[in-house]
Design a protein around this ligand. Structure first.
Ligand code: BG6
Length: 493
């Protein structure tokens, strides 16, 4: 099935955790936009499932509130809101009571629309919910399940969760969300790399000297201390989002755009990632934890002073590392990655540094300028810039060079196009039954394998996070890690 197939089928979507944060912040908004843009089949129905005592009217009123807060006024009309809300039903359910599930079976009835289960609940409940669904008899071969991260805490725990889901749903029916894959600009990496021969031919160790990936956030823990302190930035961001970005940048061209062709190539990257051993744990990885500081002129507390904090916590809120992909395409090319909370700006950016010209004919003092960079800005201000060298203009300049961008700003280039939220794309693909933007079980597990050995190394060497002030780019040693190679993090655009 091609990713462009317009096989957008009607589904019966049953949403567990229907009154939770993710549902109210993201999911109804995304579904509403799909409906408004006529991307949702008219027959699609949505069932909210949660423990709270609500009826259909109260549930619809709650969702209306959420939409009024989060959808721009010029993107909603009474008619579009009412049409969407009319799709919603609600059932109060005790997730652990098998009997309650008969109500889902009754709601789905004899409908031919695939029952699509969305689990917006903690992963520890996935197994029990899947087993109860199976027992209630409401599932058939067409049923699908959508699950959110984090899937586990380690390879072993993720295997347990995947086994429990897999006991009920075939892999071809499981949609594991990594919302970064739903971002328009992340999908654009496929187009950029594989539709442009100019880049395709240069995308290897002969032409690229190194690659940087930065995913910086200004937010701190936002009331999620309990969850976050168990996870840390490595599990919360690297295991999933950064690994997916790395795969999209480094994978070989898939033979077509089928889900498995793409995912097979991503798995090869994860398998080829060099593990951290010995000294490299000290030199090539930096763990950090923020202390109080200032972001955009506002003082913010340190991690250990956040609400609910355990003052002895050693959890990292920042990770930077240098890694290698041990294969023909990338041998000898360092990949520098970093991600952190409470950084000076929200920025997700990939920078591809090309090798300099080998035979240099310009003034020698300009040699250090002599390399092209491709900067892919995922958020905010989505766009792509290619830094090229041109002659500086003016009669007095001779053949002096200057760096300038060839710049594609998506907002300017496509002013009428709204950049959809990741969840719109992902929910649309679930309804179409397309899996290419979802993570296959082996991707998650190879990623955990790599993360687990890093955590083991940290534990064995008792590596403590280094402090960095909120509003900075992380511990000084994360800068040292790249400058010792004669390079620096690229922060301009
Ligand atoms: C989530 C993490 O998966 O991604 C959060 O759990 C993080 O800690 C968020 O803040 C970042 O997503 P985005 O789309 O804002 O970059």
């Amino acid at each position: 099935m091609s990713v462009n197939d317009d096989n957008n089928t009607a589904v019966d979507l049953a949403l567990f955790g229907a009154l939770g944060d993710l549902a109210l912040r993201k999911l109804y908004v995304a579904l509403y936009h799909l409906d408004r843009e006529s991307l949702m089949a008219p027959e699609t129905r949505i069932l909210g499932l949660a423990r709270q005592e609500y009826d259909n009217d109260a549930f619809r009123a709650r969702v209306r509130d959420a939409l009024e807060t989060r959808v721009r006024a010029d993107e909603r009309t009474e008619e579009s809101m009412n049409r969407f809300l009319a799709r919603l039903d609600y059932i109060e359910i005790d997730f652990s009571s098998p009997d309650s599930y008969n109500q889902i079976a009754q709601w789905h009835g004899t409908s031919a629309q695939p029952l699509t289960i969305y689990l917006s609940v903690p992963a520890r409940l996935y197994g029990e919910i899947c087993a109860n669904l199976s027992q209630s008899g409401c599932l058939d071969n067409e049923s699908r399940v959508v699950v959110e991260k984090p899937i586990g805490y380690s390879l072993q725990t993720s295997e347990e969760i995947n086994d429990a889901i897999g006991a009920v749903f075939d892999e071809s029916r499981i949609y594991r969300i990594d919302h970064y894959l739903g971002k328009e600009t992340v999908q654009n990496l496929l187009a950029l790399r594989f539709a442009n021969p100019l880049f395709g031919s240069q995308w290897n160790q002969s032409h690229i000297s190194h690659v940087e990936i930065t995913v910086a956030e200004t937010v701190g823990i936002e009331g999620r201390w309990g969850y976050f302190d168990q996870a840390g930035q490595l599990r919360d961001m690297v295991q999933n989002h950064l690994m997916q970005l790395l795969c999209m940048i480094a994978m070989d061209p898939p033979s077509n755009l089928d889900a498995d062709s793409i995912r097979d190539e991503k798995v090869k990257v994860l398998k080829a990632l060099r593990p951290f051993e010995g000294e490299r744990l000290d030199t090539d990885v930096v763990r950090g934890q923020y202390i109080a500081g200032t972001i955009a002129g506002k003082s913010v507390p340190g991690y250990l002073e956040e609400e609910g904090a355990n003052v002895d916590s050693r959890t990292e809120t920042f990770v930077a590392f240098k890694t290698e992909i041990q294969n023909w395409r990338w041998a000898g090319v360092p990949f520098y990655l970093r991600t952190g909370k409470r950084m000076p700006e929200k920025l997700s950016q990939i920078v591809i540094h090309f090798r300099p010209q080998s035979h240099y004919i310009f003034d020698n003092d300009q040699r250090s300028m002599a390399a092209n960079k491709l900067i892919i800005r995922l958020q905010p201000d989505e766009g792509i810039a290619l830094q090229v060298l041109t002659k500086d203009s003016g009669l007095d300049k001779g053949m002096r060079l200057r760096t300038g961008p060839l710049h594609l700003d998506f907002h300017q280039a496509f002013p009428s196009a709204r950049i959809p939220d990741a969840y719109e794309r992902l929910l649309l693909e679930v309804m179409k039954g397309q899996q290419y933007l979802f993570v296959r079980r082996d991707e998650i597990e190879y990623s955990w394998r790599w993360i687990d050995q890093l955590i083991k190394g940290w534990e064995a060497r008792d590596i403590m996070p280094k402090r960095y002030p909120a509003g900075s780019w992380g511990p000084v040693s994360s800068i040292g890690m790249i400058t010792q190679d004669g390079r620096s993090w690229y922060e301009d655009y």
